[in-house]
Write a protein that binds this ligand. Sequence first.
Ligand SMILES: [Zn+2]
Ligand SMILES: [Zn+2]
Length: 324
Amino acid sequence: MRPLRPTLIAGLLLMAAGAAPARTEQANAPAWITLGTMGGPVPDPTRAQPANALVLGRDVYLVDVGDGAVEQLAKAHLQAMQVKAVFLSHLHFDHTGGLAALLGLRYQTNAPGPLAIYGPPGTRALVDGLVASMRPAAAAGYGLPGAPVIDPASTVTVTELVDGGTATLGGFTVRAARNTHYSFAPGSAEDSRYQSLSLRFDLPGRSIVYTGDTGPSPAVEKLGRGADLLVSEMIDVPATMARIARLQPDMPAGQRAAMAEHLTRHHLTPLQVGEMAQAMNVKRVVLTHLVVADADPAAVDRYLADIHQSFAGPVTPAHDLERF
Ligand SMILES: [Zn+2]
Ligand SMILES: [Zn+2]
């Protein structure tokens, strides 16, 4: 018997596993699905790490790819095969940890490609490293002699975006603005090398701005002006520091102080989310990257009251797998 080609084998494996074709997305309007709403990087049983799916018809675009993003996609009845492109807001591991699985599993199932990956400076180095890590498994394939080997590098393309950068694909435009999640000294080597981005998606009939991780930022306010939906990060600094103290009681004092400074300067309090939403004049706000579990409704009420001091529109704290 002639050896089966890897593509065929992958198909047979899918059939054997009883994999049904991905459920067709019925809604025509572009949808935003919060796959993971936890503020990383500490894993949590109630919320997955930061990841989102932008769904246009059958096409899926991932916006940040935290650990477990492929699993979360499956729970949303979407398949890694449907993913056309990935957008990374910044390179913290809680936002990128699921990318290795996405690339490897797509490779192993011969997903149609290449997968387009957009992200800030440093994305190319990240993806090059992931591609290198795929080579041994790619060379071994399904263990059949003489089977052709596809270079994993051919299954991805990388486009690095900087402040003001745009890309047009799939019938929509994405625009990037440098935000304040990093505060390196202006003009320093780090400042010129690294950027954290907020992203605006101008879609058919709908505009969505995603803050990624950021502190207050006039550039982000400008980016989001007039958007239909603002998907904003939000932090509760005292609750987050309490969680860190509980989980890492032995953290050295210097490290703890640096963490407090990072959380305070590089993220948004509920009051700041409200001010930003009001300045943007958005129609609706969805909160994500939350660090407290849902368990405390009093805390959620406090957040909403703080936001509504400035912003009168609807505000929804997101859960995993909610569709907006
Ligand atoms: Zn984050
Ligand atoms: Zn971050």
